[in-house]
Design a protein. Structure first.
Length: 235
């Protein structure tokens, strides 16, 4: 039983070490890049092992799975990240659990998220998801829709837009993924000079198990890592 707990702690230490080295190469310190541990492949016991090992930022890609785990871990010091597509009709039930919504992928969704946050009298941090790879199957704003989306942000009284999120194209090598990460960073740099009041683009959420090193080297402030944390564990 405690075997997987130790294994998760070791995997976590290895990922954190690689993150710290990549942060250094990008001229930053380890504490300037946050790890979001993606628990979608595992159960609540493995999520608790992460908490015990000191990792409190947990991410889920499916709303139902977020509800399930968040309800079971209610009262524990978890910061929940929703990283996958959220349908508008699930916003009301999801938003109360969410600390950072990475997948702000349409104006209609963001309006629904804002209403849900307002009902709970909370301000929820959100990222705008950008379809940098142009995959037709991917969610997210096209690069040329972003300035319009940003200009709508002041209408969302209970959301705080604080950055951009992207996924590299399907089946890309780390080198190809790096090009997508560079695109997201350059897009941020271009939008940065005229942001509406209250909006920041300080965060870039990019990089997963196979390419988080490249993502950090290119400026990620948040990486979303799942499988690398659960190597050697049959969940
Ligand atoms: C599953 C998932 C991840 C983590 O993927 P791994 O390759 O297992 O690290 C990151 N981001 C999103 C949006 C995901 O759905």
């Amino acid at each position: 039983m405690s075997e997987f707990v130790d294994r998760i702690a070791q995997n976590l230490a290895r990922v954190r070490e690689a993150m710290a080295r990549a942060a250094e190469r990008s001229g930053r310190t380890a504490d300037q890049v946050r790890l979001v541990a993606v628990t979608k492949y595992v159960g609540v016991a493995e999520a608790e092992a992460l908490l015990a090992a000191g990792c409190c930022d947990l991410g889920e890609s499916r709303p139902q799975e977020l509800w399930r785990k968040a309800e079971q871990l209610a009262g524990r010091p978890v910061r929940w990240h929703l990283i996958g597509h959220l349908q508008r009709n699930k916003a009301a039930r999801s938003i109360p659990w969410v600390n950072l919504l990475h997948s702000g992928d349409s104006l209609r969704l963001l309006e629904a998220a804002n209403q849900a946050a307002a009902r709970g009298q909370r301000v929820v941090e959100v990222l705008l998801e950008v379809n940098v790879s142009g995959d037709a199957s991917k969610h997210g704003f096209a690069a040329d829709q972003l300035s319009e989306a940003l200009s709508a942000a002041p209408n969302w009284s209970h959301l705080r837009v604080c950055g951009l999120m992207a996924m590299a194209g399907w089946g890309t090598t780390p080198a190809e993924a790096r090009r997508d990460f560079v695109r997201l960073r350059e897009l941020r740099d271009r939008l940065q000079p005229d942001l509406p009041p209250g909006v920041s683009l300080e965060h870039l959420s990019m990089g997963m198990s196979g390419d988080f090193v490249e993502a950090i080297e290119e400026g990620a402030t948040l990486v979303r890592v799942g499988s690398a944390l659960f190597e050697g564990i049959d969940a």
